[in-house]
Design a protein around this ligand. Structure first.
Ligand code: URA
Ligand code: CA
Length: 434
């Protein structure tokens, strides 16, 4: 087999066989296929797209390029959730605790944040003593005992994806839906989930800026999952403004705890129940979405979900008293209210730029090596459609530096008021099942 023939075939719009896709992925991973040929094929895929069977083959070839986590020691159907990333997306923790409290095992592999989107592990490290260094045995045991564990990303998952992603980044081929879909799904599948619930974000603050692109990506991922034997569904949710109120690590832990106590932000709450209901059905604990939702509401109302969170924190070395005394979380030295200069309705809170403002305070990483400040961040006081009086707070800024003019300027430039009433954006744009 020759790489040049594979490139030519895809260039001319033909479909590749399983063997051809494997030849490419294996060859590229081990260095036999050079960057220039891989680049040419990626660009051909960018323009010609991929058929469903090619997508499934590409995904599985990437899965098999490295280690695959076996969760067979864990009882029950393991359902994983993946979000394509947003600003202030505090969902994973309250969602995991709720679903676990209903009896669906949550064996989560999580990452750290990069840029203006946060990572679950960074957030958890705002809890004193918390760590994610568990052996595979401890991980499995903990999920069997308390239904919830979070572990750091294993080093050798999908090396083909790592290498290809770096190449896509410099060859203008990142924004290809088949390439994004197979990249995301390869990592979820290698991490061992039996079933996958995807939260594809759309809007300014998201990877997919339009609802149409988000829908195409979601449909491609749902087809891949189901074609390779993992029950997969997706929702499309709004990321035109940040999710919830808090953006920043300790601040988001506080928001997660509030949500499990039943008084979280309305949008975060709704997203947790929507995703959670799907997970409970896929996990085989309820027959219908309606039944699943009632079960989740019950474990929040009766405190069972909050109990799971406490056990989970304790099991991973953290001090669970923080759940009842959130004042123990890291605190910033300077807390400033940023007030509206005039009265009006909030028309837009540009998620991307507000995320960047939080990053300027130190809440996110500019590069992989950056240190983050767990205490700092922003708490929105208003969301899109709310009315604000002149002089009323729009955002509370938690900073560890006195001079924050850059942050203030950035926030003012990216929160827009209008004199006309504005409708709140629709949170759940679509639900996509096989
Ligand atoms: N996230 C991924 O993991 N892969 C992509 O290709 C894009 C976003
Ligand atoms: Ca939030």
């Amino acid at each position: 087999m020759r790489m040049v023939d594979i490139i030519e075939k895809k260039r001319d719009g033909q479909t590749l066989t399983t063997e051809e896709i494997r030849f490419f992925i294996n060859g590229y991973t081990n260095g036999d296929v050079p960057d220039y040929q891989a680049s040419a094929l990626l660009m051909a895929i960018y323009f010609q797209g991929m058929a469903d069977h090619e997508l499934a083959d590409l995904t599985m070839a990437m899965v098999e390029s490295g280690e695959q986590i076996k969760l067979t020691e864990i009882d029950g159907i393991k359902v994983d959730k993946h979000s394509t990333g947003g600003v202030g997306d505090t969902t994973t923790l309250p969602l995991a605790a709720m679903v676990a409290a209903v009896g669906v095992p949550v064996a989560k592999m999580s990452g750290r944040g990069l840029g203006h989107t946060g990572g679950t592990i960074d957030k958890l490290e705002a809890i004193a003593g918390f760590h994610v260094e568990l052996t595979n045995e401890q991980f499995a045991q903990q999920v069997n005992d308390i239904k919830m564990a979070v572990i750091g990303q294993s080093g050798n998952l999908t090396p083909a994806d790592k290498k290809l992603y770096a190449l896509r980044d410099v060859t203008a081929t990142v924004s290809s839906i088949p390439l994004i879909a197979s990249s995301i799904m390869s990592k979820k599948i290698a991490a061992g989930a039996d079933a996958i619930v995807l939260d594809v974000k759309t809007g300014d603050g998201a990877f997919m800026k339009t609802a149409d692109d988000a829908k195409m990506l979601a449909e491609a991922m749902v087809r891949i999952g189901n074609n390779v034997g993992r029950n997969t569904m997706a929702i499309i949710s709004d990321m035109s403004q940040p999710l919830g109120y808090a953006i920043g690590n300790a601040l988001e832990i506080q928001e997660a705890i509030d949500t499990l106590k039943g008084h979280g932000p309305a949008d975060l709450n709704e997203l947790c129940y929507t995703l959670g209901s799907q997970m409970v059905v896929l996990g085989g604990k309820a027959a219908t979405i309606k039944e699943a939702r009632a079960m989740l509401e019950e474990v929040v109302a009766n405190g069972a979900a909050l109990e799971v969170l406490k056990k989970f924190i304790t099991a991973q070395g953290g001090d669970a008293t923080v759940v009842d005394e959130p004042a123990q979380l890291p605190k910033a030295a300077y807390v400033t209210e940023l007030v509206a200069k005039e009265a009006g309705y909030v028309a837009k809170i540009e998620a991307d730029d507000i995320g960047t403002a939080a990053m300027l305070l130190g809440a996110g990483r500019a590069t992989k090596e950056s240190e983050i400040d767990l205490a700092v961040g922003l708490v929105l006081r208003k969301k899109v459609s709310d009315y604000v009086e002149a002089g009323e707070s729009l955002v509370t800024i938690h900073a560890n530096r006195e001079q924050i003019d850059d942050v203030i300027e950035k926030i003012y430039a990216h929160i827009h008021l209008t004199q006309e009433p504005v409708a709140a954006p629709k949170l759940i744009e679509a639900i996509i099942t096989k």
